[in-house]
Design a protein around this ligand. Sequence first.
Ligand code: NAP
Ligand code: GDD
Length: 332
Amino acid sequence: MKDSDKIALITGITGQDGSYLCELLLAKGYKVHGVVRRTSNMLRSRIEHLRRNEEIYDQQLFLHYGDLSDSTTLRRIVGDVRPMELYHLAGQSHVGLSFEIPESTCEEAGMATLRLLEVARSQPQPVKFYHASSSEIFGNASEIPQTENTPLRPTSPYGCAKAFATQLARVYRESHGLYVCNGILYNHESPRRGENFVTRKIARAAARIARNLDNELVLGNLESQRDWGRAQDYVQAMWLMLQHETADDYVVATGETHSVREFVDAAFAVVDLPWEKYVKHDPSFDRPTEPARLVGCADKIRETLSWKPAGSFRQLVHEMVEAELAAIDPRF
Ligand code: NAP
Ligand code: GDD
């Protein structure tokens, strides 16, 4: 690809994945355009370091106001930017919350994806489209580990919306010949994870308890198991998908599962504290229904695109707790 062709548009650029993907694409010489929504707070913490950098902001990185509900604006942005690659990451991403706000979750994860597929389809130039699908589409999975061919059995409004969007992406690829990939990503974490996801909540609490800023950590289901990887590795997988000659769907996972309890145990071990003394259960954090055990088989992406994750579960936990300790006091 010529350097002048390297133009990417990211929805959800202010999120965990959007911010890492933005850094990755900038390092690869792309001009990166991001859709940001209007909020009452101008600070976009995960990309603020890029926005403050005069050599990057408005030179290599451009931000456009837009919202997933506003299809005329999305159409105008895509038409103006003319991206070669469109990474669609935006939307309400909290599974538990999707039981409280199902309509907006389904609008954002489901209908907004349809709108963007339509926008991409009507562009004069070819657009490569990445859809942020999720392991939640497998829900009560009929097999372990799950692959690209595992039947979809979602257990939450979020999972249903992602399943709808995943199927639509396949239909647009097969019926309209659009280049669209579903990245079926399993949980991936980092110090930039939202504070109400379980890994960040645990890492933050372990650090704060160690520094006497808190004295308890209140959680829901400790027994549920997830396949946790590093967000930085997973955005690399997104990029690799769009570099391949043909569009396809890929599971992105480590192939290892750990329970929430194991995550707690590993996080408190970093600060050398007995977690049983501090962790309380509150049923309000339990979900009405949820997948008991999600674990992915990433053989296809390893073999086809040579993707491989770096680092272990313990290293991930360590990195997240250390980042929280440093945020409390940078001398540590
Ligand atoms: P995240 O941190 O929650 O970021 C979500 C992004 O979407 C933010 O930039 C947010 O903007 C934006 N957004 C939300 N609603 C919007 C709207 N109505 N209009 C415009 N922008 C909107 O999520 P993430 O962890 O980076 O995940 C990225 C995508 O991958 C999501 O679609 C998620 O469902 C999916 N996914 C994530 C994982 C994972 O483990 N992280 C796994 C599988 C799939 P604000 O900053 O303004 O809120
Ligand atoms: N958030 C949260 N808060 N989860 C808790 C808590 C708590 O206090 N206590 C226990 N859990 C359990 C949840 O019930 C779930 O089984 C597990 O911890 C992980 O929860 P989250 O970190 O909220 O992630 P998730 O698995 O529901 O969803 C994430 O991964 C999906 C991919 O599998 C999100 O990033 C989704 O956007 C993504 O699609």
